[in-house]
Ligand binder design. Structure first.
Ligand code: FES
Length: 109
């Protein structure tokens, strides 16, 4: 399944789908994205469903509310942990990693 097949192509309110015009990095994988769309949307369009693993049991978590309230989509973005990817817009070349537990700051030097 291609990146474009997982997206809504024609929406009655949001208009037609824009083609990916940029990219982000998911670990070492380059992911196509549309500038300004939520990071989580770009990841899901590429088949990535797990955003973090829980603190106590390490269970996988992904998009739940999609509006910035539940924290299930928290990831490490450009070295910063606990970023809610469902409300964080894509910027070209940003680096996104699956968060383990409480997350840790990464040196992006
Ligand atoms: S999916 Fe609930 S805060 Fe992002």
């Amino acid at each position: 399944m291609s990146d474009m097949d997982r997206r809504v192509h024609a929406h009655p309110i949001l208009d037609d789908l824009r083609e990916p015009d940029t990219y982000i990095w998911y670990h070492d994988t380059k992911i196509p994205a549309v500038t300004g769309e939520p990071v989580a949307a770009a990841l899901m369009a590429s088949g990535i469903r797990v955003m973090r693993h829980t603190v106590k049991t390490g269970q996988p978590r992904g998009i739940f509310c999609g509006i910035g309230r539940c924290n299930d989509c928290k990831m490490v973005v450009d070295g910063v942990p606990n970023v809610r990817t469902c409300v964080t817009p894509v910027r070209e070349g940003m680096r996104v990693e699956t968060q383990q537990g409480l997350g840790a700051w990464r040196d992006e030097a």
